[in-house]
Design a protein around this ligand. Structure first.
Ligand SMILES: [Zn+2]
Length: 126
């Protein structure tokens, strides 16, 4: 299956209902496309101890790495919010460990913003 940006955003939106966000009410879905064309989805999973919350991007990444995938070409992130859900600093650092792939973000409007990880985190910790 050929996965373009629209399809990847659709796959990120597909899992939004499964996000566990009882504290913020802010649900996020992610779809991570591997170099081989596989897609791994993730959602944010909040915790009553707020600092233990894991973002959708890192959920998708850990699922991909668990399946043996480490080469990625794009990550889509979708939310139900008005603004496009840019990755937090922690996620940027974790994602950047695996390269400089594209990041596509979309809120509830049908507007996409596209960046590279290098644009969002030009000076990662190395
Ligand atoms: Zn994050």
């Amino acid at each position: 299956m050929d996965i373009d940006d629209h399809k990847l955003i659709a796959l990120a939106r597909e899992v939004l209902p499964f996000a566990y966000a009882p504290y913020s009410g802010y649900k996020v879905g992610a779809a991570l496309l591997t170099a081989e064309g596989r897609v791994f989805q993730g959602v944010n999973v909040e915790n009553i101890s707020y600092g233990l919350t894991i973002c959708a991007e890192r959920s998708a990444l850990t699922a991909a790495v668990t399946a043996g995938c480490r080469l990625f070409s794009a990550l889509a992130i979708a939310s139900e919010g008005e603004k496009e859900p840019l990755p937090c600093g922690a996620c940027l650092q974790v994602l950047r460990e695996f390269g400089n792939f594209r990041v596509i973000v979309a809120g509830k409007q049908n507007k996409f913003l596209t960046f590279t990880l290098g644009e969002l985190l030009p000076h990662p910790f190395v």
